[in-house]
Design a protein around this ligand. Structure first.
Ligand SMILES: Cc1cc2nc3c(=O)[nH]c(=O)nc-3n(C[C@H](O)[C@H](O)[C@H](O)COP(=O)(O)O)c2cc1C
Length: 227
């Protein structure tokens, strides 16, 4: 569908280290674009001198210390340095889709930093937002945290979805850390059979269905879906 001058504006606002949050938002964006929306991407850059280096390369150089090294700051819900794209300061959006990976059972430092910054209010104030959480298993506190922070900046919560990866606590942790440390998917690690990790095609389908429901709520039903 061609975009019109007054087509609804959607902002994809996220932090994504390995690209999983970006993947689900990109799938959602296909749906918004098919409904005539103008979609703008706003990836947050993590620039904090204490932590950014480890997230500037993939795979991680030394996965356990680099991964565990975020635990104290995350537990204390610390903020750090970030850089945001121009689109965050220049545009006005009707819907903000927030992509939020879980870090140590809560909102990642880069996204928390943005949501607590002075830049967040002009983007969110009076605007509707939807939350897309990606994680291995722990989504509740992340989703609740993003919702609370965005509402504090005047945002109006529409809906949220979470995407989790299969397997129990230990196998899914080993599967993820093996991936973060090597950039490859392995069937076995330290003698244990590993479940798959990261976003898969089913998740992407789910993201598209969710985006359709969010678009119905925010922009009204698509003409083809009206009774
Ligand atoms: C530093 C760090 C801490 C993490 N902590 C958790 C956690 O506590 N619980 C969980 O379910 N997933 C955790 N994860 C897994 C991420 O949520 C998962 O890898 C997600 O796919 C990352 O999305 P991204 O690629 O968009 O950044 C952690 C990942 C990193 C890098």
């Amino acid at each position: 569908m061609p975009e019109l001058a007054d087509s609804p504006k959607v902002l994809l606002l996220y932090y994504s280290y390995t690209g999983q949050a970006k993947k689900v938002l990109d799938a959602a964006a296909e749906v918004f674009r098919a409904r005539g929306c103008e979609v703008t991407e706003a990836p947050i850059e993590f620039t904090d001198p204490r932590y950014a280096e480890r997230f500037s390369r993939f795979p991680m150089r030394s996965v356990w210390p680099e991964f565990l090294g975020m635990l104290p700051a995350q537990t204390l819900k610390r903020t750090g340095d970030i850089r945001t794209p121009e689109a965050v300061r220049t545009g006005s959006y009707d819907l903000i889709c927030i992509g939020s990976p879980t870090w140590w059972d809560t909102v990642s430092m880069p996204l928390r930093t943005f949501l607590m910054s002075h830049e967040a209010r002009p983007v969110l104030d009076g605007k509707r937002f939807a939350v897309f959480v990606v994680c291995r298993r722990k989504w509740r506190k992340n989703l609740a945290g993003v919702r609370k922070l965005a509402e504090k900046k005047g945002g109006r919560y529409v809906d949220g979805i979470h995407f989790t990866y299969p397997g129990g606590e230990l196998p899914s942790m080993l599967s993820l850390t093996s991936y973060l440390g090597t950039g490859e998917y392995r069937d076995r690690y330290l003698g244990m059979k590993l479940p798959p990790t990261n976003i898969n095609d089913e998740h992407l389908e789910e993201a598209r269905r969710f985006a359709g429901r969010v678009a119905d709520k925010v922009f009204g039903r698509a003409p083809s879906e009206r009774p």
